[in-house]
Design a protein around this ligand. Structure first.
Ligand SMILES: *Cc1c(COP(=O)(O)O)cnc(C)c1O
Length: 403
């Protein structure tokens, strides 16, 4: 095989290209009709009431933290096995991140550990929790909601890996990631390695109207154009010099910056690309599941590989992770064959930035143990069957030759 095999990659079709070009020749490059179309299609897809398209997943997290009013001194719990952005959003607002260890079976934030943490401090110590649907596996958010309610916490679901994933609740109902039933807010990313590629892009979903309205304003500089929400008088809006004129209506140009917001908008051509990609989301999920089954069957009886013991229902398979003892050896061997596996993730608490806040090696033994062995194998819908067989052959060869 001569073509390099990455761990993940986007799939751009001629329909996607046409969708983008159509926008480029239209009247709106940004703040146009594609944004609402994408938001509506996305909220339908995950089953939420509202969706807000933003510049990227990190901006989505930041806006969530702002909408929830995170401030200096707030304490928020998350997993170390995630991309740093899941934690950083709290730091942007001056809050403190408290890492809590994973469940070594699911690789997700261990709810029992979170409960112990909450019970060890007086109510009010912690303000929120950010479960991450790592690798595409849905958290049991029903259980997190119950715990969060007992302790007065909000929940941001980081669902960047998990559009189309679901868990099955206590009543046997499939609960889609980001459907807004249990989490206050959920976020997604449209970076090219994620399921839906828009170049850069993000989405926030929620069922909470108040949070939704805050997000819309925060996304555009904190500016409101809704006259029913205006705080200044009509006289001031018309112009200070003319404030003796009796006016009853705000002029059309008038808008108010009511809070400190950002420019976290998505462009219309990115939204068009996202919308076009969303149409193939389910087909992509099916293909990812097939690839996961092929890996699982190939490695099921191989003692050198520790991994999840079944193909999991409702998993979106953003990543296919295995755990091996000689991870560095395997990683380098695969690279020598132009197979570019990846590591997800270097535990966040060991990043020098977070070590400055007192986190250190040994604090999260399960996350650190997982990190010492994990490797993410190529997983994307356009991975060819022949390419996957080559990956499997190389891995098997590495382990049979090194014993
Ligand atoms: C990709 C990702 C993000 C950040 O998304 P960007 O669009 O790259 O800003 C946040 N959390 C997780 C788990 C991610 O995978």
């Amino acid at each position: 095989m001569s073509k390099a095999i990455p761990y993940g990659r986007q799939d751009i079709t001629s329909d996607d290209i046409k969708a983008v070009v159509d926008v480029l020749t239209s009247d709106y490059l940004t703040q146009g009709p594609q944004i609402e179309l994408f938001e509506e299609a996305f909220s339908n897809y995950v089953g939420s009431k509202y969706a807000v398209a933003v510049a990227n997943g990190t901006a989505a997290l930041h806006l969530c933290a702002l909408a929830l009013g995170v401030k200096e001194g707030d304490k928020v719990i998350t997993t170390p096995i995630t991309f740093a952005a899941s934690a950083n959003c709290i730091r942007y607002c001056g809050g403190e991140i408290v890492f809590s260890d994973i469940d070594p079976e699911t690789y997700l934030l261990d709810i029992d550990k979170v409960r112990l943490l909450l019970e060890a401090s007086p109510r009010g110590t912690y303000q929120g929790v950010i479960p991450v649907d790592f690798a595409g596996r849905a958290n049991n958010l029903e259980a997190f909601r119950q715990l969060a309610d007992e302790h007065g916490l909000w929940i941001i679901e980081d669902a960047c890996h998990a559009p189309g994933a679901y868990f099955t609740d206590a009543k046997g109902i499939q609960q889609n990631c980001g459907n807004g039933i249990f989490a206050d807010l959920a976020i997604f990313s449209f970076h090219p390695v994620k399921h839906i590629a828009a170049g850069e892009g993000g989405m926030i979903t929620t069922n909470d109207k108040t949070l939704y309205e805050k997000l819309l304003i925060l996304r555009t500089h904190g500016i409101s154009k809704d006259s029913s929400q205006f705080q200044n008088s009509v006289e001031l809006a018309v112009g200070l010099a003319e404030n003796s004129i009796a006016n009853t209506e705000y002029p059309q140009w008038y808008m108010e910056m009511q809070t400190l917001g950002y420019n976290y908008r998505l462009t219309d051509f990115q939204a068009a690309l996202g919308l076009s990609q969303l149409k193939r989301a389910d087909a992509g999920l099916e293909r990812r599941k097939e690839i996961a089954e092929t890996y699982f069957n190939a490695f099921e009886d191989q003692l050198f590989i520790h991994g999840q013991s079944e193909v999991i229902e409702g998993h979106a398979y953003h990543l296919y992770v295995i755990e091996v003892e000689d991870r560095l050896g395997l990683y380098n061997f695969l690279r020598s064959k132009s197979i570019f596996a990846q590591i997800h993730y270097i535990p966040c608490h060991l990043m020098p930035y977070y070590q400055k806040y007192g986190w250190k090696e040994g604090d999260m033994p399960r996350s650190e143990g997982y990190y010492s062995k994990c490797i993410s194998l190529p997983m994307y819908p356009t991975l060819l069957a022949t390419e996957q067989q080559f990956v499997i052959k190389c891995i098997t060869e590495f382990f049979t030759e090194s014993v």
